[in-house]
Design a protein around this ligand. Structure first.
Ligand code: SF4
Length: 368
């Protein structure tokens, strides 16, 4: 019986939902705890997705609520505490208070492996807890390990120890090459990223087993495990795989990702929402605010009601000004122009969807 807890957070976005399906189906031997941090301000589609996952996987998703004894929604409770000061990308009190703190409370001091749905086609790093008892694992990536673990195992000061471990690890036909790479020092011309890529390119399983051996010398949660099934995982899952998993399972893609046509001055564009999270999230692009206004006017109105005493969701512009017809037409026109510029740069016959590119920007705790 495992001494550690395995937890997987559902943000309401497509990637964490697909991760839940992927890990639960591929590794039924892992006893997974599922959780979702509810800000009280999510879109209906998020609550629907949670229900669909519970039914499909036959699981219970623990709903974590910050300020659970408050009579108000978690977001409203903390907004009051902050004197009406709306969160922004420079002051993201909401992520800390509504997502990270409840998660760390839920975990307590238990040793925990936390599965995170950053995809193989993304560059960003996921949330890495500062708490030593929480270790993040990224099953969709070729490199399943977090940055802090990689930095330690590849550090020049550990080369001797890693060389000794590597001699007993099976790197298949790349045994000699793997040993050479392990012995090579990191410097400005051979960075940590180069070394990591070189080792992963020799043999992913070999690298994973090497890391696992190294972890035994540390106090990371996996140090106490005799085995870990993901060591032999060589899958790399990208955006299309995520949509495929959600569609094939019947859980479905949250409806806010569906692209809707709009027309402006004789031209056609498509808009949608690019990520999960609070309906008023300040990470939205202006075209997404227009989508919210046109597709969910009731939520837009509620978002407007939060704008008081000079606090706005969008820097330098109130939501009231943003829905001035001329302003909305300008936002739509500029968005179509950006799409066209992108498409011509890539010489693609299709319009590149800027929303898809933007999805990695923002908060990994809210949008994965
Ligand atoms: S979705 Fe946006 S507004 Fe909501 S908690 Fe996350 S960062 Fe804050």
């Amino acid at each position: 019986m495992s001494k550690i807890r395995h937890v997987l957070g559902i943000s309401g976005g497509k990637d964490s939902a697909a991760l839940a399906i992927y890990v639960k189906t591929k590794y039924p031997e892992l006893e997974l705890d599922f959780y979702s941090s509810d800000t009280g301000k999510e879109l209906d589609e998020t609550y629907q997705l949670i229900q669909n996952l519970e039914v499909y996987l036959g699981i219970k998703i623990n709903i974590l609520k910050a300020a659970e004894n408050s009579s108000e929604d978690p977001f409203d409770h903390f907004l009051k505490m902050y004197g009406g000061f709306l969160p922004s990308s420079n002051s993201r009190w909401c992520t800390k208070k509504l997502k990270l703190d409840p998660f760390e409370k839920y975990v307590g001091s238990d040793p925990v492996v936390s599965y995170v749905g950053i995809r193989g086609d993304e560059e960003r790093e996921g949330y890495i807890s500062t708490k030593k008892n929480i270790q993040s694992i990224f099953p969709f990536r070729k490199n399943i390990w977090s940055e802090d673990v990689v930095a330690k195992i590849l550090s020049n000061s550990n080369i001797g120890m890693i060389e000794d471990y590597a001699k007993n690890i099976d790197f298949g036909r790349f045994q000699d090459k793997a040993l050479q790479i392990v012995s090579k020092k990191i410097d400005t011309s051979f960075t940590q990223a180069h070394k990591l890529k070189a080792l992963l390119d020799t043999d992913v399983k070999g690298f994973n087993h090497l890391v696992f051996e190294f972890l035994k010398t540390t106090d990371y949660p996996l140090a106490s495990e005799k085995s870990f099934p993901l060591l032999d995982n060589e899958d790399v899952l990208v955006r299309d795989d995520i949509f495929r998993i959600l569609k094939e399972s019947g859980v479905g893609v949250p409806a806010y990702y569906n692209k809707i046509d709009f027309e402006i001055n004789g031209k056609t564009g498509q808009y949608a929402r690019s990520r999960s999270g609070c309906y008023f999230c300040f990470f939205q692009q202006k075209i997404e605010w227009v989508w919210l206004y046109e597709q969910h006017p009731d939520l837009y109105k509620k978002a407007m009601e939060y704008e008081k005493d000079g606090y706005n969701w969008v820097q330098g512009e109130s939501l009231e000004d943003l829905i001035n017809p001329e302003r909305m037409a300008k936002i739509k026109t500029e968005y179509i122009k950006r799409m066209e510029r992108k498409a011509s740069k890539n010489q693609s016959p299709y319009l590149i969807d800027i929303l898809d590119e933007e999805e990695g920007i923002g908060c990994a705790s809210c949008f994965i």
